[in-house]
Design a binder for this molecule. Structure first.
Ligand SMILES: Cc1cc2nc3c(=O)[nH]c(=O)nc-3n(C[C@H](O)[C@H](O)[C@H](O)COP(=O)(O)OP(=O)(O)OC[C@H]3O[C@@H](n4cnc5c(N)ncnc54)[C@H](O)[C@@H]3O)c2cc1C
Length: 315
């Protein structure tokens, strides 16, 4: 009978794991708490504007990820952005969508627990059993969420992975800004050195395939500043980061859009140091950037290697 696996988390790691399992003939259902997919490879749309407010660009060094990127460049869902690296086109989330083509994805399912019954695994949400085909009879589960969110899921399944609890992430406060054309003093993206508040300013509108007409920028606060301000309301963070942006760039124009987003788990500071985790007795694995490091390619490699290992171990 065809094996049916659940993947919790539709970021790059979960998608990469699911692709491997599907390629080996498994039935796979990917669940995510969000409506969309891509996780931190995100694009926020607001009226006329769009912003990559999470990952900014990515590099491809290893063969597996380079092949995946090349296929999406060929299909128009990724492109090279100057000397930085690749971006999704027309938005960063397009890359995740392209990578997930053909997968079964179910959104709005925040999984809170995994329990094994006589037929297989059941995934639960705060409301009860997740409303997804085959729930209660999953042969195995891939947990592909940031490590601090993976720990309670593993614990609910009766698994203790001490290494996972040691993985650390830096938060990031992000500010999405849109200005009328000709308003912004800085012509290119900027990584300021030594600024207390701001670690990176992207000219999002200079990425390939972005809508014309407005100047759109994404400001990322430094890890220290983000840590100190993470619990403030987003509106207050927006005011402070706009002030810091003005001071740094000399821009005096009023933005037509200024909205902040808080990423609690943005960039891995301390990784597990193993490509994935696997508990054979339970048929549960865990993957994600927390295993290898703070990069899109690391997340992909972790999921891809876990998927390949499951297929190899189950033969
Ligand atoms: C601000 C910022 C800037 C970055 N800049 C770069 C960069 O320039 N270059 C680069 O290479 N990388 C960058 N990164 C890092 C990169 O985005 C990540 O390493 C990568 O996207 C992680 O992928 P992932 O699949 O491991 O996790 P995620 O993308 O976080 O995916 C996990 C998914 O799980 C879902 N989820 C979580 N809990 C549950 C649950 N209980 N039930 C169901 N679903 C759940 C989430 O909604 C999410 O979709 C940046 C990240 C941030 C936030």
């Amino acid at each position: 009978m065809q094996k049916h696996w659940a993947v919790v988390g539709a970021g790059i790691a979960g998608i990469a794991a699911a692709r491997r399992l599907v390629a080996a003939g498994y039935r796979v259902t990917v669940l995510d708490k969000s409506r969309g997919i891509g996780g931190r490879m995100a694009t926020r749309r607001a009226g006329d504007f769009q912003f990559d407010h999470g990952a900014q660009f990515f590099t491809a060094r290893g063969a597996a990820f380079s092949d995946a990127v090349a296929a999406l460049v060929a299909s128009g869902q990724a492109a090279f952005w100057g000397e930085q690296g690749y971006v999704g086109t027309p938005g960063m989330s397009s890359f995740a969508k392209g990578l997930a083509a053909g997968l079964t994805l179910v959104g709005n399912q925040e999984i809170t627990a995994l329990r094994r019954g006589p037929q297989g695994w059941t995934l639960s949400t705060a409301e009860g059993s997740a409303t997804v085909d085959g729930n209660g009879a999953f042969d195995g589960v891939v947990i592909a969420v940031p490590a601090p969110q993976a720990v309670p899921l593993a614990t609910s399944a009766g698994i203790d992975w001490p290494g996972l609890a040691r993985v650390r992430y830096a938060p990031c406060c992000a500010l999405m800004l849109a200005f009328a054309a000709g308003s912004v003093e800085m012509g290119a993206s900027l990584r300021p050195v030594g600024d207390v508040a701001i670690g990176w300013i992207a000219r999002d509108d200079t990425k390939p395939g972005r809508p014309a007409g407005w100047e759109t920028l994404v400001v990322h606060a430094t890890p220290d500043w983000s840590r100190a301000h993470l619990e403030m309301p987003p509106e207050a963070i927006a005011v402070l980061l706009l002030q810091a942006f003005r001071a740094l760039t000399g821009t005096t124009a009023e933005p037509v859009h200024a909205v902040a987003q808080r990423w609690r788990y943005a960039l891995v500071e301390e990784a597990l140091g193993e490509p994935f985790l696997w508990e054979a007795a339970h048929r549960i694995g865990a993957c994600g950037d927390g295993c290898i490091g703070a990069r899109v390619e690391a997340a992909f490699d972790s999921g891809d290697q876990l998927g390949a290992a499951i297929v190899a171990m189950e033969v």
